[in-house]
Design a binder for this molecule. Structure first.
Ligand SMILES: N[C@@H](CCSC[C@H]1O[C@@H](n2cnc3c(=O)[nH]cnc32)[C@H](O)[C@@H]1O)C(=O)O
Ligand SMILES: [Zn+2]
Length: 430
């Protein structure tokens, strides 16, 4: 057993208090062994003047879309996907997806994110990148059936289940999976009826985009005379361990459905603002007992993968939506991005405590914009930026030390991404 000691700093505890403490992690099991006065470790990470926090969990993204950052902006969801994003995704090759994923993973490591949930295609290339980068992930293939004949539609869902079964437990157990029908309007309800029982039999959770825009809610209400989340339940979705992305437009009854059934929601405030989708009723969800996490969505609708930006956005827009400055306060926001997102993702992370995964980040505090230290949880939500992250650790392994990413070659990753992004645009537009 080799151990890692994280010494000299302050630690954010699960109750959101900060104390002077060291942390000892078991690098074999990847778990936290002790917090407080800990015995010496085999290797050491110096965190003097730093704050040790649980690694952030980005509970909904499309990491490989880092390759499409800035490719198409300033459009609403439907037009953005159909006019720009889907046509270029059509020409992406597995090596492009790998390059985009590596770019996104470097950005995540540099901004203190240690785990994420991802929906995309060429999932094998993403899993490979995650394996090498050292993060934790729940991944899946986004199945779309709209516009496809019955055979092709069935194959999309088969691919979703096949991918979920193939990669579960990959990367030494750091990769888990879900079945990921793309959304309630891009996957046919009858196809879900036929297929979801097989997913349940296999014990695989389900992740889907839902209630993101009014343009998605309306056709379901018009056609089926019920709200989308009631429709989702009828088609076998929203069991415990399932989680939806967005939930921007949920009425009170739908919030109750989520709470009663124990299904999670991933709030993606930046994407919802950028695509002008709306503002999710996050405080109402939290009050109703819904498990809420936070995600960035893809970098093409954000346009970065920093969870620190997302935290700030979640708190700010949560207040605006509720018309109440006390809504989505700092501890609530930070809890959502760590323990909340981890619960949604099914990771045993998100808290610095004995027995939890040793997934953590260290933030430098001795900097002007984080002075004075009245309230460090406030700083984490309102003032810390990605550049303040000094070290990142996942599963007891140091992924970034003193701002140097150790698991991937950040310069090479950037060069490859730039080259592949240009070539993909040329293919898409020729
Ligand atoms: N089977 C599909 C893959 C779907 S992956 C998931 C999809 O979600 C898309 N996506 C990204 N952001 C959003 C969003 O906010 N809402 C809905 N879809 C999104 C993303 O571009 C990607 O096409 C295929 O082979 O094309
Ligand atoms: Zn998405």
């Amino acid at each position: 057993m080799t151990t890692l000691e994280i010494v000299g700093g302050r630690v954010l505890r699960p109750d959101m208090t900060v104390e002077r403490a060291d942390v000892l992690a078991d690098q074999g099991t990847g778990e936290i062994l002790a917090v407080g006065d800990v015995p010496a470790g085999d290797t050491s990470l110096d965190v003097t003047d730093g704050l040790v926090i649980p690694g952030l969990v980005n509970a909904h993204t499309h990491v490989a879309m880092a390759l499409l950052r800035g490719y198409a902006d300033d459009k609403p969801l439907h037009a953005w996907l159909r006019e720009d994003i889907w046509p270029i995704e059509d020409v992406l090759e597995p090596e492009d997806v790998r390059a985009g994923a590596e770019l996104g993973l470097v950005e995540m490591i540099r901004s203190g994110t240690t785990g994420f949930c991802d929906m995309y295609f060429d999932v094998g290339a993403i899993v490979d990148a995650v394996d090498r980068a050292g993060l934790r992930a729940r991944v899946g293939y986004g199945s779309v059936t709209v516009g496809k004949d019955e055979k092709a539609a069935r194959e999309e869902l088969e691919a979703g289940l096949r991918v979920a079964q193939e990669y579960d437990g990959a990367a030494d157990g750091r990769v888990s999976t879900a079945f990921m029908p793309h959304s309630l309007t891009t996957v046919d309800g009858r196809e879900l009826d036929a297929f979801v029982p097989r997913v349940r039999e296999a014990g695989v959770p389900i992740h889907i985009h839902a209630n993101e825009t009014t343009g998605e809610v309306k056709p379901i209400v018009d056609e089926h005379d019920e709200r989308p989340l009631a429709y989702a339940v009828e088609h076998g979705l929203l069991e415990e361990r399932d989680f939806i992305a967005h939930g921007t437009h949920c009425d009170e009854r739908e919030i109750d459905i989520l709470a009663e059934r124990g299904a999670g929601v991933v709030h993606c405030p930046a994407s919802n603002m950028k695509l002008a989708s709306g503002i999710a009723p996050v405080q109402a969800m939290v009050d109703a007992g819904v498990t809420v996490g936070i995600g960035t969505d893809g970098a093409a609708s954000n346009n970065d993968l920093s969870m620190f930006d997302e935290l700030r956005d979640a708190a700010m827009v949560g207040k605006l939506a509720a018309g109440d400055a006390s809504a989505v306060d700092a501890p609530t926001a930070f809890g959502m991005a760590t323990a909340g997102s981890a619960a949604v993702a099914g990771f045993d992370s998100g808290r610095i405590a004995e027995g939890k995964n040793a997934d953590l980040a260290v933030v430098d505090l001795d900097t002007p914009h984080l002075t004075p230290h009245h309230d460090l949880v406030s700083h984490l939500v309102y003032a810390v930026t990605a550049a303040d992250v000094r070290h990142t650790v996942c599963d007891g392994r140091v992924l970034m030390r003193d701002r140097e990413v150790l698991t991937l070659d950040a310069d090479a990753v950037r060069e490859t991404a730039e080259r592949r992004a240009r070539a993909a645009v040329e293919r898409a537009e020729s």
